[in-house]
Design a protein around this ligand. Structure first.
Ligand SMILES: CC(=O)N[C@H]1[C@@H](OP(=O)(O)OP(=O)(O)OC[C@H]2O[C@@H](n3ccc(=O)[nH]c3=O)[C@H](O)[C@@H]2O)O[C@H](CO)[C@@H](O)[C@@H]1O
Length: 345
């Protein structure tokens, strides 16, 4: 079968797409990828597949009218291009994971009569996927709020939790772009954090990293504590997660499912501007199952060290709930389901 996978912009859309792309390849299918030139995929996709194309596309939301019109023009050009491409290559299915390129791919495939599928990662679906859902052969979601519940497909490295005795680190994770809120928290609380006497791994985010490092040096000089490790983005983040006994993280769907899969008791601090407050709901699902805590930013700042210490002292209880959690994260299962649902199969 020939399968086209699309989805990117941020890591939250891109990595589930790559997990499923690899699953289709393992099953012997021919897979190609469509993404955007300005998304995370431009830098990362070649490590997953040589069969990709990156289009000139940008987001529509939150910009001035002139920019929106330009984005719409780019979108219509991308759709025409993909229609021509799909007509000559005739893929058997197109599967979108969100992000601007994915909308273009789904619309173009639909116009060519090719079966289309989409996957929604968040506990509250965004406007684009809610609209696109009406045009797909089937839709899937990580939390069961759109179409069929298939969980969140994860990369192979996110499936191997270490026993709790082999972990000791604190991971502070801002999501694929980093979090200004978490960076500012680290800046203000570094002496308290290092007093915990454990290794701290802080992912500051590529767009924020240089400025954050400068602020850190201005505030604390160039001799930073030996057990504080700050980085922009690491491809081996699952290794760091697996060695963490606790974490503090934004609640993008990717971070949430990966931390839960690797059984890391976590305090989630949702990004307040996420559409329909989806980051809060992403994390709340796991708090209700005793696997994590969720705190709004302002609530967290009232007494952050007390919250971290509470998580630390109850980590074995969280860990126990995490061990019992049945989490759907299989990319192979999603790939099988797409093939099953193809008309005429
Ligand atoms: C600010 C924003 O709008 N974020 C959205 C974005 O998430 P965003 O991309 O910020 O975050 P997610 O947590 O969903 O995904 C991040 C991905 O990047 C990977 N990673 C991260 C850091 C690193 O150093 N190395 C690394 O590989 C993580 O392992 C994960 O797979 O899409 C998600 C899925 O639709 C949404 O839930 C988020 O609300």
């Amino acid at each position: 079968m020939k399968i086209v996978i699309s989805g990117g912009g941020t890591g939250g859309h891109f990595y589930p797409a790559m997990a499923v792309l690899e699953a289709f390849e393992r099953q012997g299918h021919q897979v190609s990828y469509v993404g955007a030139k300005r998304g995370i995929e431009a830098e990362k996709v070649a490590a997953f597949t040589p069969h990709f194309q990156l289009l000139e596309l940008s987001g529509l939301l939150g910009h001035r009218l002139r920019y929106k019109l330009h984005s719409l023009w780019q979108l219509s050009r991308a759709v025409s291009h993909l229609r021509r491409h799909f007509r000559s290559h005739r893929p058997d299915a197109v599967l979108g994971f969100g992000g601007y390129a994915s909308a273009a791919a789904i619309v173009a495939a639909r116009l060519c009569g090719i079966p289309t599928f989409l996957h929604e990662q968040n506990a509250r679906a965004g406007l684009t996927n809610t609209v696109l859902d009406r045009f797909t052969t089937a839709s899937f979601s990580a939390y069961g709020n759109l179409g069929e519940n298939m969980g969140l497909p994860l990369r192979a490295t996110a499936f191997h939790p270490l026993p709790s005795q082999q972990r000791s680190n604190l991971l502070i994770m801002g999501g694929s772009q980093g979090s200004l809120f978490l960076n500012t928290f680290v800046l203000d609380y570094l002496p308290h954090l290092t007093a915990l006497n454990i290794d701290i791994y802080h992912q500051a985010g590529a767009p924020l990293y240089d400025e954050f490092k400068e602020q850190l040096h201005r505030r604390y000089g160039h001799e930073l504590p030996e057990h504080y490790h700050c980085f922009a983005f690491r491809d081996d983040i699952h290794e760091i997660m697996a060695h963490s006994s606790i974490a503090l993280s934004r609640s993008g769907a990717g971070a949430v499912f990966e931390l839960m899969s690797l059984q890391v008791p976590t305090v989630f601090i949702p990004f307040p501007a996420a559409a329909h407050d989806h980051q809060y709901h992403n994390a709340l699902f796991f708090e209700q199952r005793g696997c994590a805590m969720v705190h709004r930013q302002e609530e967290f700042l009232q007494n952050p060290m007390q919250i971290i210490n509470r998580l630390r002292s109850h980590k074995e209880e969280y860990h126990e709930h995490l061990r019992q959690l049945s989490l759907r994260t299989s990319p192979d299962e999603l790939a099988h389901r797409v093939l099953q649902l193809l008309p005429g199969r």
